[in-house]
Design a protein around this ligand. Structure first.
Ligand SMILES: *[C@@H]1O[C@H](CO)[C@@H](O)[C@H](O)[C@H]1NC(C)=O
Ligand SMILES: [Zn+2]
Length: 519
């Protein structure tokens, strides 16, 4: 893999000095402050035009109220549903991403949606969940155990026998939609067999069982009669009917006989099996081929663009040979595929690498992936009709990521706070409660922090500080936001359990066997 190239720091443009700060001493008096503070010219506040006047805030508030009053509840049946999932996209990530895209006063595309709520993310056996248990929750409508997908809480992680009992299987809103005559599809930047997308179609006691090799190793004789996640995607009751599947993860679909990095050990080539299922089934593995797909000639579309997860957007940009599509491009093609459907569709779209960059404490990348996710949603809203398409944007869980005080407005969000710690050293605005970066930022021999500003760089792969040493930074347990636009979007307000989400989607689209808007 190539090295991550320096990200052009667009923010610098936005961070130029903005003049005097009200209530602060003029610049020459600052000379007497701690010399470390002088070093950082970015600490002087930028003033957004008008923000220093009372009228600015009063008229913005009035405009907001008028906008709220103008909302008309759309109680039409939702023909189409798109569920966007920013994996690991907690509220602190959203706040920091606004600074990243241009300033604290900015909004991500989905923050313009008229209705918002909070989703409680804990799972049946843990306070802080993972992406498997949560996908069961926000897709299948029941909370489950950590590490399990598409099965109820009778199944503990790794319990092969309980997984075999189909009474324990639960189905996603994707299946409910297909049962009602709609089409369904999924898009992700991770492996298509990874935890979040697998919630659309799989039933497994362990999220790791993406191919036969890991499943057989874990279950031994019990593996007979159980399908790994990739087989469930190609041949399963739900996976076998999806109209569009786009993402990464080729390795779980091939025996090395067909693809040298393949991880299957059963001599199978699931991509060839997919193509052989029907004439109109099309497989693509590059951005160029994807963009050329003629949807009128394609009945079902499978796109696998990388061995494992797809690359970060910044890596794609830095690679002159890049042939992976962006999340926005995949979303657009998926919508084109599904718009052919007379009865409408359910589409699941995951920005899956926000989570993965946070696990590595790579805050710059996490915010860039969040910005990419926001672009895909903007495009989806442009391509669809507000009257008949419900778009809901949420996350599965948060991270231990935090935005600490107190930088001046307009500062480089990746820089240091204005004051010093009690150890006389600066600290960064962005940090994590735990993670692998601990060692980089702590001198374990001297038992003191290393000045974090000495490690600051513009390398996109830079790690941000963590308080406790952990190989992989953990998820966080606070609620995540839900943002809704389109028919019945007003249902998504308030504070509710995460597993309520698919029931509200089903209500709006009149699918599933619960109460619906058509009753
Ligand atoms: C797509 O295929 C249809 C049917 O074969 C054809 O009429 C149409 O011109 C094609 N569109 C493009 C952009 O090639
Ligand atoms: Zn995660």
């Amino acid at each position: 893999m190539w090295t991550l190239r320096l990200l052009t720091v667009l923010l610098l443009a936005a961070c130029v000095l903005g003049g005097a700060v009200p209530g602060k001493p003029p610049v020459d008096e600052e000379e007497h402050m701690h010399p470390d503070l002088q070093r950082n010219t970015r600490t002087r506040a930028r003033i957004i035009e008008g923000e220093d006047t009372q009228d600015y805030w009063l008229s913005a508030s009035k405009a907001h109220i008028l906008e709220k009053l103008s909302y008309v509840r759309n109680e039409k049946r939702a023909k189409n549903i798109i569920l966007f999932l920013g994996d690991g996209m907690g509220l602190a990530t959203l706040a920091a991403a606004r600074s990243y895209i241009g300033g604290e006063e900015q909004k991500l595309s989905f923050e313009e949606f008229p209705y918002t709520g909070l989703s409680k993310t804990y799972c049946v056996d843990k306070i802080v969940p993972d992406s498997a248990s949560t996908s069961t929750s926000y897709l299948c409508g029941v909370k489950a155990n950590y590490g399990t997908i598409g099965v109820n809480a009778h199944v503990k992680r790794g319990d092969c026998q309980a997984m075999a009992d189909t009474n324990n299987h639960v189905f996603s809103v994707g299946k409910w939609a297909m049962d009602a005559g709609k089409a369904a599809g999924l898009v992700t930047t991770t492996r298509v067999t990874h935890a979040s997308p697998a919630g659309v179609y799989a039933h497994t006691a362990d999220r790791e069982w993406e191919n036969n090799a890991v499943l057989e190793e874990a279950c031994g004789d019990l593996a007979e009669g159980l399908d790994d996640i990739a087989v469930q995607l190609i041949h399963g009751e739900v996976g076998g009917k999806l109209k569009v599947i786009l993402g990464g993860g080729k390795r779980s679909f091939y025996d090395p006989e067909f693809y040298e990095k393949g991880r299957r050990t059963d001599g199978r080539n699931l991509v060839a099996e997919f193509e052989a299922l029907a004439e109109g089934n099309t497989f693509v593995k590059t951005q160029k081929k994807l963009l050329k797909v003629n949807v009128t000639e394609t009945d079902r579309l499978l796109g696998l663009f990388s061995k494992s997860h797809m690359h970060y957007h910044v890596e794609q940009l830095a690679d002159p040979e890049n042939n992976e599509p962006t999340l926005e491009e995949m979303t657009e093609k998926a919508i084109e595929m599904l718009q052919k459907e007379e009865n409408g569709y359910f589409l699941f779209v995951e920005g899956g690498k926000i989570d993965i960059s946070h696990h590595d404490t790579m805050a710059r990348i996490a915010l860039d992936e969040t910005a990419e996710f926001s672009k895909a949603i903007k495009r989806a809203r442009e391509l669809t009709n507000l009257e008949d398409t419900l778009i809901v944007v949420t996350s599965d869980h948060s991270h231990t990521f935090s935005v600490g005080g107190y930088q001046a407005r307009g500062s480089d969000i990746f820089g240091e706070a204005e004051s010093l710690g009690t150890d006389g050293k600066p600290y960064l605005t962005l940090s994590y409660a735990n993670g692998k970066s601990f060692d980089q930022y702590y001198d374990t021999e001297a038992h003191e922090r290393i000045d974090p500003t000495s490690l600051l760089s513009e390398d996109t792969a830079q790690l941000f500080p963590a308080t406790a040493p952990l190989e992989s930074e953990t998820h966080g347990g606070e609620d995540v936001g839900v943002f809704a636009s389109g028919p019945w979007a007003h249902l998504f307000t308030g504070v509710y359990e995460q597993n309520t989400i698919p029931h509200m989607l089903a209500f709006a689209a009149c699918v599933g066997d619960g109460k619906t808007a058509c009753d």
